[in-house]
Design a protein around this ligand. Structure first.
Ligand code: T46
Length: 132
């Protein structure tokens, strides 16, 4: 499945807004891990890896950042700038995150537990892996 924007419905009332995300409901996988990236220093770029099997959805719950996805042939940049906007990222995409605003909290839902052996952290290796 290609990178896709998933819009979450805000459940608002006079008090403010709430977004609920449930495993397997409205998202294409069971949630096994949640992590968030915050306090990113100015000018920092993160990522520089791909995953062999992991599926994830990233949401900037506050602030914004850019997610650059590369399938080995094309690059696509997605601005994550809304707490209701999720970006689905399947396996096989080299990613770089940049242009974090100081207040950015990037929430990531993942379908697997943390496993370093699922990472490809060399771009050359990634291109070789894509050819298989
Ligand atoms: C991804 C992008 C969007 C853990 O111990 N457990 C975890 O669940 C995660 C995600 C990381 N870590 C450790 C591994 C490193 O020692 O935390 C440290 C920072 O991780 P990393 O350098 O991989 O962080 P990013 O921001 O480059 O990448 C992260 C995710 O690792 C990755 O899966 O797709 O965010």
């Amino acid at each position: 499945m290609k990178p896709t924007i998933i819009n979450f419905e805000p459940l608002g009332d006079a008090r403010g807004s709430l977004v609920a995300i449930e495993s397997d409901i409205g998202i294409p996988f069971p949630i096994r891990r949640v992590y968030y990236i915050f306090g990113t220093k100015e000018g920092v770029e993160r990522g520089f890896h791909a995953h062999k099997d992991l599926q994830q959805i990233a949401v900037a719950v506050t602030g914004s950042c850019e997610m650059i996805l590369d399938d080995g042939e094309e690059q696509k940049s997605v601005l994550l700038d809304r707490s209701t906007k999720g970006l689905y990222i399947g396996p096989g995409f080299w990613r770089v995150m940049c242009n974090f605003t100081p207040d950015c909290v990037l929430l990531v839902l993942a379908d697997r537990h943390y496993d370093e052996s699922d990472y490809i952290r060399s771009y050359d290796e990634f291109l070789e892996w894509k050819k298989k």
